[in-house]
Design a protein around this ligand. Sequence first.
Ligand SMILES: Cc1cc2nc3c(=O)[nH]c(=O)nc-3n(C[C@H](O)[C@H](O)[C@H](O)COP(=O)(O)OP(=O)(O)OC[C@H]3O[C@@H](n4cnc5c(N)ncnc54)[C@H](O)[C@@H]3O)c2cc1C
Ligand SMILES: NC(=O)c1ccc[n+]([C@@H]2O[C@H](COP(=O)([O-])OP(=O)(O)OC[C@H]3O[C@@H](n4cnc5c(N)ncnc54)[C@H](O)[C@@H]3O)[C@@H](O)[C@H]2O)c1
Length: 462
Amino acid sequence: MAETGNGVGAVVDEADVVVIGMGPGGEDVAARLARAGLSVVAVESRLVGGECPYFACVPTKMMVRATDALGEARRVPDLAGRAEVRPDWTPVADRIRDEATTGWEDEIAAQRFERTGGRLVRGVGRISAPGEVTVDGQVFRARRGIVLNPGTEPAVPPIDGLAGSPYWTNRDAVPTREVPGSLLVLGGGPVGLEFAQVFARFGSSVAVVEAQSRLLPAAEPEASEVITAALLAEGVQVRTGNGVEHVKHDDRFEVRLAGGDLLTAERLLVATGRRTDLRALGVGAVGLDERARTIPVDERMRAADGVWAIGDVTGRGAFTHTSMYQARIAAADILGQDGEPADYRAMPAVTFTDPEVASVGLTEAQARDAGIEVRTGSTRIQDSTRGWIHKAGNAGIIKLVADAGRGVLVGATVVAPAGGEIIGALAVAVHAEVPIPRLRGMIFAYPTFHRAIESALADLDA
Ligand SMILES: Cc1cc2nc3c(=O)[nH]c(=O)nc-3n(C[C@H](O)[C@H](O)[C@H](O)COP(=O)(O)OP(=O)(O)OC[C@H]3O[C@@H](n4cnc5c(N)ncnc54)[C@H](O)[C@@H]3O)c2cc1C
Ligand SMILES: NC(=O)c1ccc[n+]([C@@H]2O[C@H](COP(=O)([O-])OP(=O)(O)OC[C@H]3O[C@@H](n4cnc5c(N)ncnc54)[C@H](O)[C@@H]3O)[C@@H](O)[C@H]2O)c1
């Protein structure tokens, strides 16, 4: 304890490091530092663990697991006779409540952190001066530094009539005990598409409205095509290139699209991206721009003198694996340890639809924008031996993006059953810059889905 320069003679707590936000990265960095013997104060305003275990990755992937089972059961008539499928949401909702989130209660995670020797402080943290964090009036001085892991909130677009209506975000859709009879999903990004397919397979009549000209606009156009066709085939309505002009809610939602079309649904899920609030975090006190959307960091996650930032807020890929990767680097830097600097060339991403849409590194458009001498190669999963054997549910592609000058892959996309697993091989190729002739010399097991990589490699010269 010491006197503060902030409050008038108020008593302050001291720690080596104060972590604001206990998302996946915050939890990891705080635990690493505490285990290394530093005194760590971790500040969390909601749930220790962040969005991922309670409202995002884990529960939605439990939904997807159940949905995949339904999808496969519906393929039985094409392959194996008859199956009667009667979806029931209760086991999914129960599993999410009991196994994923323990009733949206974080005691286990909190204790796991406290066992490392760290101190958990509940409340909203704010940088009140360089090296100082205030939590609901309590002041903490950080001797060595402050780590910011505040994550993101759902972004809700300023559409006439939307505010004040009982719309859902992921935080409402995850805990739901009921599948809505009809659902309008605003936003055709990863969040929108995962929920759209889940609820559609459980019997909801689903429409996806995407403002851009195609679903998953950040992905390769070929990937958008496959996933759009897959969703349409399951009865999901897809409306692309459409802004929403007006939302009305009485008993049901009524949504008027920019073109004048009117869509109605029992529920409206807003999945139009995420937002940050750097002003609330007080980053101006350490010289950072409070109006910015993200906090720029260097390759050691340093954002300012004595301040590190990790996770979604850094804008380097809003994924749990990014947050945890950055946590490891920040912890090493704070502890003065050597280690590799951050390298995002082989950043993987998976959207867990059926088929899964997986990618690593650059898309063709990104590679061209970067001035790379681009060559691409692609193949269709259904044209591979395994795809042909698989039959029902075999639609997909592999697309490779090569730097012809250096003779290495700089990006790849796989849309396929288990696409998120197949991408692993290509992530190694991009990460380790394996020369393309070396990749071509590999033996690919027969008949696997990943063997289709060989055909895509052959297509690079075509
Ligand atoms: C529906 C959905 C599905 C997703 N699925 C996947 C997936 O399958 N795979 C994947 O890799 N990623 C997925 N993501 C993204 C993933 O959830 C995030 O990238 C991940 O949670 C990492 O975020 P983070 O570490 O930046 O912080 P978050 O998880 O957002 O946690 C930040 C924490 O900081 C706290 N906080 C914020 N401000 C303060 C403050 N001032 N004081 C105290 N505490 C504060 C918050 O309460 C929160 O607990 C998904 C996201 C969504 C929305
Ligand atoms: N499996 C995963 O790893 C996974 C799953 C879900 C989310 N995430 C991450 O979480 C983050 C948030 O995902 P997200 O899908 O919410 O955001 P996103 O930004 O990826 O997609 C939002 C989509 O909504 C569209 N949009 C924006 N405003 C709109 C409007 N007014 N009307 C119609 N469409 C509109 C955008 O064009 C965009 O396609 C992403 O960065 C994503 O990578 C990851």
